[in-house]
Design a protein around this ligand. Structure first.
Ligand code: NAG
Ligand code: NAG
Length: 241
């Protein structure tokens, strides 16, 4: 009886207080469909301005993966990919009057807490950023190691998916949060599907507000494969609906 009352209460509240987690919280959630407030706060840079509709704003937390042919300064690190979990921050930020002032601190805080997973999870949850929308990874597609954004946790059919190419890049601002290795944050990027392979209403991705993730200039002292922790915001756009 108590249990069913509790369940009813949880179902009742599910729509209004999605930011508050509870034990056994369903992994499925409904992202905001209108991010027009947040779109006005798109981080400015030398990247070409977005022309499409803002669909998702996600916080990526993970690693940039690198390789080294030798462990001396005769080789330059190669990039093999990245692996990141994508948390939905846009659904909450769109209705947050403080969004403008929060945006620049979200990725640095996530990177700072990434060595303490429980604290990171608590921090994300306390801000209503705990919902995982999907994943970012690299995949061999037609012989090319391709960055992919897969929003595999969303109950949307077809599931939003964007294999992308790098169309533009610019250095992160000088004040951006450096990595655990002391190197400046990875570049900001403009990525877009150029092969008509995207689906689910998304096709371009901006990597902005980066923290960490960068590689040293040479392979001196590095292993054959290694990772650098990073966090970044991914602003995902698609055709207007
Ligand atoms: C990147 O975008 C800027 C601003 O739109 C443009 O001036 C520049 O030519 C672009 N670079 C590349 C490589 O497309
Ligand atoms: C990157 O590193 C992670 C963690 O070790 C690993 O799971 C993943 O497969 C690597 N990805 C790539 C593309 O190398």
């Amino acid at each position: 009886m108590l249990f069913s009352t509790l369940s009813t209460a949880l179902v009742f509240f599910a729509g209004s207080v999605t930011a508050l987690p509870w034990p056994g919280q369903p992994t499925v959630y409904a992202p905001a469909t209108d991010l027009s407030n947040l779109a006005k706060l798109f981080p400015q840079s030398a990247l070409p301005a977005p022309t499409e509709q803002l669909k998702y704003v996600l916080l990526g937390i993970g690693t940039q993966n690198y390789t080294c042919a030798t462990s001396d300064d005769s080789s330059v690190p190669g990039t093999t990919g990245a692996l990141a979990t994508l948390y939905d921050i846009g659904s909450n930020l769109n209705k947050d009057p403080m969004a403008k002032w929060k945006l620049g601190s979200i990725a640095p805080l996530a990177l700072a807490l990434s060595n303490a997973p429980k604290t990171l999870e608590f921090s994300l949850t306390s801000q209503g950023y705990q919902n995982v929308a999907g994943h970012h990874f690299f995949q061999m597609i037609s012989g090319a190691n391709t960055p992919v954004f897969s929003l595999d946790k969303l109950q949307i059919q077809p599931q939003p998916l964007a294999p992308v190419s790098k169309l533009n890049a610019t250095d992160a601002p000088a004040a951006a949060c450096p990595g655990n290795n002391g190197l400046p944050a990875v570049q900001w990027l403009y990525l877009k599907d150029t092969k008509g392979a995207a689906q689910g209403g998304i096709d371009s991705v901006y990597r902005v507000e980066t923290a960490g993730g960068n590689k040293p200039a040479t392979c001196k002292g590095m292993k054959p494969t290694w990772e650098v922790k990073y966090a970044a915001q991914y602003w995902i756009f698609g055709p207007k609906q």
